[in-house]
Design a protein around this ligand. Structure first.
Ligand code: F6R
Length: 609
């Protein structure tokens, strides 16, 4: 995790770095810092807390200089503290370094360097890397010293290093953590995410694994870690500043929930063929046939993306006729999975940078599987390393709790399912119905969003409960898990998501008059069964909140609160049913005064194992 930024050019360095760090605060927010190189050497400012705290410390102070680096941290080695915050500077004041990733063999390197007389002051793995570079920085250039040092490092890094004795450059390198260069006119940028510098330039170069760059004010050199030149042209990115601002919403999460009518539509745009009742999936390129003929599909993902994968499993098996397994990427990567010929692996990841998902995909590729990505962040590592894939086109998701990415992931999985189903058994008429249903989603999401005020009232009523249970069946079982995840991560209330029928095998023991139980009780094939489960909860005085199909009057007599959603074909229902759960979690967290966009201990992009 962590966000890094570097800038060299004519603008006020501190302002550029602070603005960039704020855009990347989703990557970590326990401490931050910056280093500016000017005629008096490297000036360092850092502190524990959010970027706003660092800004307050600086109090509008200008630090004269022509280049700088900045960092927002999500602690891995060493507690969050001002001392452990980056940048790290050598005692002599010659070098400063920022780092995103983990140096796995740092203890061995540290012991070795300590024997040589190096003195360490922090608990971080990053300081070890700085000393290692310093150790090699004798009689050679900074770039050479960085390259040499990195040969001895195991682990992951995205780094930026500056030197007082080579004051015209920033040296950067990437292995396992994203780095993107922003190419401007007489100014250049580097960051973990292009959002950090998007108002200055839209021309970017993504570094691949094992690549380095040296950035000057008016040019840059791009190489491999083995010192071979790379001539990759900058690409122009289609991202506006408005897309990464809050646009009047109090939190990014709320803005992103309210964007879903558009983001679901954006995932569909240009991908439906009404006449043929199918989907067109250009992004899958030559792998479309392999997908249709697949003997087995494995979906690897984490967190919310994993929940979307579970819904994909239901759809692909029922309509695509392909056996599907969904695996936590973190488990898949370490358990020597069997990949037979004809296996397609889908890696689902909003950020496209989740370390476990990336590693799982690499392992599957290594074993010969065709790997297809479903990612939101364009140009992300998973998107680039996959054989092919489909983007969500949901725009930047900045709130740490994933919302719009989830509904877009299900939408894309529905497109894939439709495509496969039509090439197999689904009739053109059924395909056309599916297309029609997908097209109706935007309007139906708008209807649900109108219930926000009512959901807020329910949230106020239940906000102080210490536990919540979420229950659903079939396609809405993963939605129950997602609803529980949303609540726990932003409100810190303990919540569990379960298949409703499983309740009697354990969780029912928890139910008493203080336990809110959120049922996703949609009029589908599971409705009667779920009504019985509601009765079981009521019989034990549980407090029932139901997400129900518009027009279902019967449920009013069984649930304390009912939130209605419009009807849609049942495989698509999770796209609608999850939205009230996102809003419920949001408002409960808001009533509890929680840090909604930056919940404690979390980070948006989990680039460590
Ligand atoms: C939950 C959440 C996380 C992510 C998970 C995977 O709200 O945000 O559980 O879903 O870390 O992230 P991606 O999709 O970027 O791979």
């Amino acid at each position: 995790m962590c966000g890094i930024i570097g800038y060299i050019g004519h603008r006020d360095i501190v302002s550029v770095l602070l603005a960039g760090l704020k855009r990347m605060e989703y990557r970590g927010y326990d401490s931050s810092g910056l280093a500016v190189l000017g005629s008096d050497g490297i000036d360092l400012k850092k502190r524990i807390g959010k970027i706003a705290d660092l800004e307050e410390d600086l109090n509008g102070q200008k630090i004269p200089g022509w280049l700088g680096i900045g960092h927002t941290r999500w602690a891995t080695h060493g507690v969050p503290s001002t001392l452990n915050a980056h940048p790290h500077k050598t005692r002599s004041g010659e070098l400063a370094l920022i780092h995103n990733g983990i140096i796995e063999n740092y203890t061995a390197i540290r012991d070795d360097l300590s024997r040589k007389g190096h003195h360490f002051t922090t608990e971080t793995d990053t300081e070890t890397l700085l000393h290692l570079i310093q150790d090699y920085y004798r009689g050679c250039t900074l770039e050479e010293a960085v390259r040499e040092a990195l040969k001895h490092v195991k682990g992951t890094y995205g780094i930026a290093v500056i030197s007082r004795t080579e004051p015209d450059k920033i040296v950067v390198a990437r292995q396992g953590s994203p780095i993107v260069l922003g190419i401007g006119e007489n100014e250049n940028f580097v960051a973990s995410d292009m959002a950090a510098f998007i108002e200055y330039t839209k021309d970017v170069i993504y570094l691949n694994e094992g690549e380095t760059a040296v950035i000057y004010k008016d040019h840059f050199e791009h190489k491999t870690l083995n010192n071979h030149k790379i001539n990759r042209k900058p690409e122009r990115i289609n991202l506006s500043v408005e897309q990464i601002e809050k646009s009047g919403y109090p939190h990014f999460m709320l803005k992103e929930i309210f964007e879903q009518d558009h983001t679901v539509e954006d995932a569909i745009r240009g991908r439906l063929r009404e006449d043929e009742g199918t989907a067109r999936l250009y992004g899958l390129g030559k792998y479309k046939d392999a997908l249709t003929d697949a003997k087995r599909v494995i979906i690897v993902a984490c967190g919310t993306s994993y929940h979307a994968g579970l819904i994909g499993e239901y759809m692909l098996e029922e309509f695509g006729g392909i056996p599907v397994e969904v695996e936590y990427a973190s488990e898949f990567r370490y358990r020597n999975p069997i990949i037979e010929p004809g296996t397609i692996v889908f890696a689902i990841s909003q950020s496209g940078e989740t370390a476990d998902t990336l590693a799982a995909m690499r392992e599957a590729k290594h074993k010969g599987a065709v790997c297809l990505a479903i990612c939101n962040v364009v140009g992300s590592t998973i998107a680039r390393e996959a054989d092919a894939g489909l983007y969500l086109y949901a725009g930047p998701e900045i709130g740490v709790a994933s919302t719009k990415a989830f509904t877009s992931q299900i939408t894309v999985l529905a497109l894939i399912t439709l495509y496969i189903a039509r090439r197999k058994k689904m009739s053109i008429l059924d395909g056309q119905k599916w297309v029609k249903e997908m097209k109706s989603l935007q309007r139906k999401i708008q209807t649900i969003l109108k219930s926000d005020g009512y959901i807020k009232k329910i949230a106020e009523f239940f906000k102080d409960r210490p536990n919540f249970l979420y229950l659903g069946r079939g396609y809405n079982y993963p939605v129950a898990m997602e609803g529980a995840l949303k609540l726990k991560e932003i409100s810190y209330i303990h919540a569990e998501g379960y298949p409703a029928a499983e309740m009697k095998h354990g969780p029912i023991a928890l139910i008493d008059k203080d336990m809110p139980v959120v049922f996703i009780a949609i009029k589908d094939g599971t409705y009667d069964k779920i009504m019985s489960n509601i009765e079981e909860v009521r019989a034990r005085n549980g407090r029932v909140i139901a997400i129900a199909t518009q027009g279902d009057e019967e449920i009013k007599s069984k649930a304390e609160s009912v939130i209605y959603v419009p009807e849609v074909a049942y495989p698509l229902m999770p796209i609608l049913t999850v939205i009230p759960l996102q809003l419920l979690a949001y408002h409960i967290a808001s009533f509890r005064g929680a840090h909604i966009d930056q919940p404690r201990n979390l980070a948006k992009s989990v680039t460590v194992e």
